[in-house]
Design a protein around this ligand. Structure first.
Ligand SMILES: CC(C)(COP(=O)(O)OP(=O)(O)OC[C@H]1O[C@@H](n2cnc3c(N)ncnc32)[C@H](O)[C@@H]1OP(=O)(O)O)[C@@H](O)C(=O)NCCC(=O)NCCS
Length: 387
């Protein structure tokens, strides 16, 4: 099959986006009603369809959001629902569609794109690399003793979701998504599931919230979203989880890679219940380097970046940091050389420059590697959202 007749189509209505809903239903056994709701909440203009003269070959969803790095919001397209019709697989359709999408992101100035891969090979081909984790932690509440912490869990309704999201944004931890309407809806008003929402109030102050799905997911109490802004909120959250121990084996939530490791309570550190890795693509190097926050260092880094998909992205850059404030210019000596894929785990602080050099995917002398590591270092990157 030839790709000569392939074109990317942007639907204007939910009806025009229907082929993507149908393809997702076939591939992921997803609920078509939920798919329709997703398109309505996200907007049909964020679906991309790959079509030829006969039919829709493949499709994907774009989630127009942001991602925090170094305390700053970096523009980001989350990608999900990447799917090719069963009878059209192996023709290069998904690769073509992904490549066109990252070029479109670049043209629109979008710095990053992030996704959860079912196969890393497909996304590596279009410049993505592993860049962080989504860890679900499990606390075996059934076997824990009683634990009471000061404060109260105060129920809240849909009318106060914005207040809860303001607390979420206050946390803005390294790698977390700055949620758009769709990501907010998936966490706070999920399709079909009944959820219970509580502010964590200590000394009269809202210092976090939790959103609980009380269906028994195999004995698990599923915490759809958990935000704790200080140690008192963490203690209160743990006491609320443990208060469910008569009916549930364990409580599960998405948290940072070291969540509750040092918590002093009636428990060992929680177990990792499930973990997913996400991949990231630097779609617009200049915007990505400019929008990110850095350590308070003063240095000048000369980068040479290869990019075989977005040719405008490739080339030399000088990243100058003055007490952590970045300016980015084209040019320079290009002493530090890497493919755009290697920039993703460096940018997210998942890997150091020395680790990337050790893997053979970044070149530079020891002093340059040390400077690069220092500039991009940060807490372990994580995302609480699944998409
Ligand atoms: C994964 C999927 C989207 C690939 O679509 P496709 O149009 O057949 O992919 P392409 O022909 O463009 O292949 C591009 C690259 O992806 C990788 N790839 C494709 N199918 C793959 C598979 N089934 N398993 C692992 N890697 C695969 C290969 O690296 C391939 O490059 P290569 O042919 O040079 O080796 C398709 O198999 C699908 O829809 N699967 C079900 C849904 C799914 O898993 N979606 C991904 C969600 S993250």
């Amino acid at each position: 099959m030839s790709s000569d007749t392939w074109k990317i189509v942007i639907p204007e209505t939910v009806e025009q986006a229907q082929p993507e809903i149908d393809l997702c239903e076939q591939a992921f056994q997803s609920d078509p009603e939920g798919g329709r709701r997703t398109v309505e909440a996200n907007g049909p203009q964020w679906v991309r369809l790959l079509q030829d003269d006969h039919e829709t070959v493949a499709g994907l969803y774009i989630i127009d959001a942001g991602q925090w790095f170094g305390g700053q919001r970096v523009s980001c397209w989350g990608i999900c629902g990447v799917v090719t019709a069963t009878h059209r697989r192996g023709e290069g359709g998904a690769h073509y569609m992904m490549s066109q999408m990252v070029r479109e992101a670049h043209a629109k100035g979008v710095a990053l794109s992030t996704l959860y891969p079912a196969t890393v090979a497909l996304y590596r081909k279009s410049g993505y690399e592993l860049a962080g984790r989504n860890d679900r932690w499990a606390l075996p509440v059934r076997t824990l003793g009683s634990y009471k912490a000061p404060g109260k869990a105060v129920p809240f309704g849909e009318d106060e979701i914005d207040d809860a999201m303001a607390l979420y944004r206050k946390r803005a931890t390294h790698g977390n998504m700055d949620r758009n309407d769709l990501l907010t809806e998936w966490k706070t008003k999920p399709h079909k599931e009944v959820v219970y929402r509580y502010f964590l109030v200590v000394d009269g102050e809202r210092c976090g919230y939790m959103i609980i799905d009380k269906k028994r997911h195999g004995g698990k109490l599923l915490i759809r979203d958990l935000v704790t802004l200080n140690p008192a909120a963490k203690k209160l959250a743990v006491s609320v989880l443990i208060s469910h121990r008569t009916m549930y084996e364990k409580a599960v939530w998405a948290g940072s890679p070291h969540d509750l490791q040092l918590f002093e309570g009636p428990m060992f550190p929680p177990d990792r219940d499930y973990a997913e890795q996400w991949m990231m693509r630097i779609c617009h190097i200049e915007n990505a380097l400019t929008q990110r926050g850095y350590r308070n260092v003063t240095t000048e880094l000369h980068l040479q970046i290869d990019d075989d998909i977005i040719s405008e992205n490739a080339g030399r850059y000088v990243l100058s940091l003055r007490q952590g404030k970045p300016t980015v210019q084209r040019g320079g000596d290009g002493h530090i050389r890497m493919h755009v894929r290697s920039l993703a785990p460096l940018f997210s602080s998942l890997m150091t420059a020395e680790e990337l050099a050790g893997a053979g995917v970044l070149e530079g002398d020891a002093d340059q590697l040390a400077a690069l590591t220092l500039a991009f270092s940060g807490p372990q990157p994580w995302i609480a959202d699944s998409f």
